[in-house]
Write a protein that binds this ligand. Structure first.
Ligand code: GLN
Length: 196
């Protein structure tokens, strides 16, 4: 059985757990660093990135999450989670985790429309995915090593680099579990490689 953690410091945690379980894996809320050892993959949920950073510092999560990624374990960041993963954040000196070679801008889709839903064509899915965007970031630029998985309105909203996956929207807020499934498959192939 695969166990996937959801960083539970802040944000949309419960919905991710439900989506993981709908995909046939076990979901575990991670509130303490030691708990990272008990999971095969990690989701960093949406929320508010500066608040999440403060909590990550308080509970000393930055270095252990980097070490988790360095072992090849998959990490999926959604919305604020994508911001946490990015190597560069517009208008900010330092990154948070800096694990995904992209540059992101926060709150990208206009002030009047704080949140909206839109059909997003995702690489590998034959039917578009309904993206729930809530004060969502977007990827301004990505290194060549990064695979662009989706664009919306000409902007990159989903990307993957080796074991790191990030998207601008909230896949856990729909009943469509295909993106969680995609991540579960990444975790599964990591585990299979370990077993060989
Ligand atoms: N705007 C938030 C931030 O900058 C992200 C919003 C979200 O995760 N829904 O952190």
């Amino acid at each position: 059985m695969l166990t996937i953690g959801v960083l539970g410091l802040q944000g949309a945690v419960r919905e991710h757990i439900q989506s993981i379980e709908a995909c046939g894996a076990a979901g575990k809320v991670i509130k303490r660093v030691e708990e990272l050892e008990t999971v095969d993959g990690l989701i960093i949920p949406g929320g508010e990135s500066t608040t999440m950073r403060r909590l990550m510092d308080t509970y000393q999560f930055i270095e252990p999450i980097k070490a988790f990624a360095a072992q090849g374990k998959p990490i999926f960041g959604t919305c604020a989670g994508l911001i946490m993963l990015a190597k560069h954040i517009e208008d900010r000196e330092d990154a948070h985790l800096g694990l995904l070679n992209v540059s992101v801008a926060r709150n990208s889709f206009g002030r009047q429309v704080d949140s909206f839903e839109a059909d997003v064509e995702v690489k590998g899915l034959d039917v578009p995915f309904t993206g729930v965007f809530i004060r969502a970031p977007h990827i301004i630029s990505a290194d060549d090593s990064v695979e662009i998985m989706a664009k919306y309105d000409g902007r990159i909203v989903m990307a993957k680099e080796n074991n790191i996956l990030g998207c601008s929207f909230h896949p856990e807020l729909t009943d469509d579990h295909r993106l969680t499934k995609l991540f579960v498959e990444m975790v599964k192939s990591y585990k299979t490689k370990q077993a060989v």
